[in-house]
Write a protein that binds this ligand. Sequence first.
Ligand code: NAD
Ligand code: ZN
Length: 253
Amino acid sequence: MSVLPPTLVDALSNVRSVGVITGAGVSAESGIATYRGKGGVYDDPEEGDRTIEALTASTLKSDPDRTWRAIAKVARESAGAEPNAGHLAIASIERRVERFVLLTQNVDGLHQTAGSRNIIDIHGTVAETTCMTCGREAAFDAREELAKLDAAPRCTCGGIRRPNAVLFGEVLSEKKVRQMHDELVADPPDLVLLAGTSALFPYIAQPVFSAKTAGKLTVEVNPETTHLSDVVDYWLEGKAGALIPEIAACLGG
Ligand code: NAD
Ligand code: ZN
């Protein structure tokens, strides 16, 4: 017996295309702290503000060592993290349906490790870098290398390397925004599943509104309510690792 509402189980049986939108909450069960929500960095508002400030474009400019130390701290805290049942279920959904896209705000690489393929990592990755002087790209061999940093890494030219991630106050990649528009907004999939995100960024909420307007199925998985919980067809109160496998089991039948 599914823990899902029977009307949702019925609706899921007709789904052929899926868009999943994730945030830090899907990695919480892998031991990585979220920003907001219980157990997040913002449980201590001052600590939350300091972390966010370190991860801004202006701090990268004025004090790149501070930005990299904040990134290294997160890397240390998430060292050894493995994909959880939620990540794995999302990867399995991709194998069960005709069309699939995953829009994630996470920079931890766990969706990639879990086997998801068509990923729009809208906030980029901290495991790859670009030299701010010569533009040369370089990747860390392993996330453990990131965790050891206590200052900004340098390029062979002596320049400072920046993470290939979108810092607070920076614009998104045009290419990724276009892909998001094409695959999620212009032609919304049969199901849009929002999981583990406070959905505060307008570009994260937009695909949910587009799907609603197009009469598609919208579902949210989150132990707490967000500003979209009243908008979606189903807000499922609970954890990604418990509920997404239930949803996956109803798809591709
Ligand atoms: P957020 O911290 O603002 O919100 C997390 C949400 O997840 C909350 O609504 C919370 O209730 C929910 N949640 C907590 N545990 C959950 C669980 N087990 N299952 C389902 N939901 C759960 O995160 P956000 O919306 O992703 O946005 C903030 C920013 O944080 C993004 O820019 C992202 O790049 C960055 N971030 C990334 C990571 C990561 O890569 N793992 C970690 C922290 C922050
Ligand atoms: Zn260089």
